[in-house]
Design a protein around this ligand. Structure first.
Ligand code: PNS
Length: 169
């Protein structure tokens, strides 16, 4: 498929989606005609939520948003981007700690496909400290998630916390 600079991929693990991701996806949707939020399925990490549940949360959050599509991918991001005709990958940079890993990934992706550009966006300062890892930790330890995740995610995290549901998130 021909690569289109108006189509962007926003890839990630989204385990779970946070308000920081949401901020960046909304910014992406203002810059591109179509944004594909793509969940990596072949991660070696042990996830809190199975891919199916992550997709369900994303689909609920972006329901009715014609320009935002939710999908999964496995294998190389550059191959997936090519199949979707996307010319741009969007990644967020919250601060210096993200910078090194993100630029390394951008350079490697460019080496794999020189036509695919990585665009970095900064979230609003009020979201710059949010990460899925900290959200999982706070949820597991029973802290407040107010303002950190969208309601569709908060509901599932609360359900996962109930002892009877611990094995069925
Ligand atoms: O939310 P994350 O975990 O920071 O997302 C990382 C992700 C999914 C963007 C990255 O691991 C990825 O693109 N994986 C696909 C495999 C791949 O293409 N690897 C080479 C890229 S350097």
């Amino acid at each position: 498929m021909a690569q289109d600079s108006r189509v962007a991929i926003f890839p990630g693990s989204f385990d779970p989606l946070t308000n920081g991701h949401l901020d960046l996806i909304e910014r992406s949707a203002r810059l591109f005609d179509r944004v594909i939020v793509a969940v990596l399925t072949n991660t070696s990490k042990q996830p809190m939520f199975p891919v199916k549940a992550r997709l369900a949360m994303l689909s609920e959050v972006f329901k009715g948003r014609a320009s935002i599509e939710v999908d999964t991918f496995r294998g190389l991001l550059v191959d997936y981007a090519r199949t979707k005709g996307a010319r741009v990958v969007v990644r967020g940079i919250r601060g210096v700690t993200d910078f090194e890993g993100e630029t390394q990934m951008a350079h490697m992706n460019r080496r794999l496909d020189a036509d695919l550009e990585t665009v970095f966006l900064a979230p609003s300062a009020s979201h710059a400290y949010i990460s899925s890892r900290l959200v999982r930790e706070i949820a597991t330890l029973g802290g407040s998630l107010a303002g950190l995740v969208p309601p569709a995610v908060a509901r599932r995290l609360a359900a996962a916390r109930r002892p009877s549901n611990l094995r069925r998130v």
